[in-house]
Design a binder for this molecule. Structure first.
Ligand SMILES: *Cc1c(COP(=O)(O)O)cnc(C)c1O
Length: 468
């Protein structure tokens, strides 16, 4: 059979549109989307035929086979066209602050407030008491000051923006003194020296990689020094022979020469993690108390809120930062602000168990063991004799450039399917209706209990069943 003859057997678009299964799709997704899916479905079969003929294969299939193939492809395409590109996934990696998976899940209160604020109009920049223009920061300033003890506060799009903005406003054209040990790269091309160059400030590095003393800072100070900067080495850890200068000491030095001190904390921790059995992280409160004039941190790392960059400290500097033109370019939007206010209220009420990130970090081994048994039981019902389910001990990471090297003991459920490699299983689960992202270790596909919610536990067996 020659190519033309074979291709003539392909179904017509109008013919497929009359099929019952396509009419069902049309009700679900609308005519335009289904039409595109049908066209592409037929196109895919055409390409398949052409490729097969080019490779010299004999084609036995008839009209009915082509039609069935095109219909199958159309259904898949319609569901792909009809679903969102950015969508919910299940994080079974155990990495609590997984930057690629959206960092911090938000508490219920924050979700509710986002919907309320987004659905209609809001007093975003409107002072309801005076009936005149207000500031968007008004909604979180009081909370931030109450919680941290700072004089004033504002919020921008993310912490990278917060650092860039603060340096631009306070040190452009002048010098910023920083320890060599703190010229870090955070990831996603955020490197402290580059951000500083972008802000127009001149970097003056002092000390050595592993040790910096207060005298090193003092020697670098001159008439053109605008700022003493400390950057938290969020994502790596010094061990052995090292020391850095405390904010208290930088502050004393700053006072002596009339130079403000800024600290970029990276992760904004508002509670003492050590009290909960986690390794200690510097808190925002301790930085403010130690005298930092400006403190910046992320909203969606250990704080457990939305993506945001929080800047707080002395009023005179916050005022100066607000007047800088970059403030407008980096401004926080109302949905983020509504979520952040809700999260900060939770902190002020000390209802920490309502913050998903903290809840996940603090899950007890007993609790996870119980959950693992339940999940393993449900998975066994789905996998049956096609594979094996096993509960194991392992360790989860905090992620998001926070608490490097810290391994939290966890429970994992390992799934082994006889006919699939762990990579194949992982790939299939990534393409499930609700994708399930696990981790592979020592040739085993693992689901880490730490990062799973109650809802996830119900969905996972269904998704595993759907891909087998
Ligand atoms: C994470 C981090 C940043 C960047 O914060 P984003 O909110 O991700 O923009 C900046 N500085 C430090 C020290 C960090 O750890």
């Amino acid at each position: 059979m020659d190519k033309r003859e074979v291709l003539r057997k392909l179904p017509k678009v109008s013919e497929l549109m009359e099929e019952d299964s396509i009419k069902v799709l049309e009700q679900q997704y609308g005519r335009q989307l289904v039409l595109s899916a049908v066209r592409e479905g037929i196109e895919e079969v055409r390409r398949l035929i052409e490729r097969s003929l080019e490779m010299g294969f004999e084609i036995q299939a008839d009209e009915e086979d082509f039609k069935r193939e095109a219909l199958e492809r159309t259904v898949k395409l319609a569901s792909r066209y009809g679903s969102y590109s950015l969508k919910k996934v299940i994080n079974a990696t155990g990495v609590v602050l997984h930057t690629n998976l959206g960092r911090a899940p938000l508490p219920e209160e924050a979700l509710k407030n986002i919907v309320d604020v987004a659905r209609g109009y809001s007093n975003l920049e409107f002072d309801l008491e005076e009936g005149k223009r207000g500031e968007r920061y008004d909604h979180v300033r009081g909370l931030l000051c109450d919680i941290t003890g700072a004089e004033d506060a504002m919020v921008v799009n993310n912490n990278a923006g917060a650092v860039l903005l603060a340096l631009s406003a306070l040190a452009s054209g002048r010098e910023v003194v920083i320890s060599r040990g703190q010229l870090v790269e955070i990831g996603g091309s955020f490197r402290v020296p580059d951000v500083m160059a972008q802000s127009g400030a001149t970097l003056v590095e002092v000390g050595t990689t592993n040790k910096t003393r207060i005298a090193d800072y003092e020697r670098a100070i001159n008439d053109n020094t605008a700022l003493l900067l400390k950057v938290h080495t969020s994502n790596f850890k010094f061990v052995g022979f090292w020391s850095e200068v405390k904010i208290e000491d930088l502050k004393s030095l700053g006072l002596k020469y009339g130079i403000p001190v800024m600290e970029d904390l990276g992760s904004g921790v508002l509670i003492d993690l050590a009290k909960f059995g986690l390794p200690p992280e510097p808190t925002v409160q301790s930085s403010v108390k130690a005298g930092a004039d400006i403190v910046t941190f992320s909203g969606d790392k250990l704080l457990g809120g939305p993506q945001a960059g929080i800047i707080l400290g002395k009023k005179e500097y916050i005022e100066k930062i607000k007047r800088h033109p970059l403030t407008r370019a980096l401004r926080i939007d109302k949905l983020t602000l509504s979520a952040l206010e809700a999260v900060l209220k939770i902190y002020r009420n000390e209802d920490y168990e309502k913050i998903p990130v903290l809840k996940m970090l603090l899950k007890s081994p007993e609790e996870m063991e119980k959950t693992a048994k339940k999940l393993a039981g449900e998975l066994k019902k789905v996998v049956l004799d096609e594979g094996a389910i096993e509960i194991m001990d392992d360790a989860s990471a905090v992620g998001g450039g926070s608490l490097p090297g810290v391994e939290l003991p966890t429970k994992v459920v390992a799934i082994a399917i006889r006919t699939l490699s762990p990579d194949d299983l992982a790939k299939r689960l990534r393409s499930a209706r609700i994708p399930v992202i696990g981790r592979i270790k020592k040739d085993k596909f693992l689901l880490d209990i730490r990062t799973l919610s109650e809802d996830d536990l119900k969905v996972i067996p269904e998704m595993v069943g759907s891909v087998l």
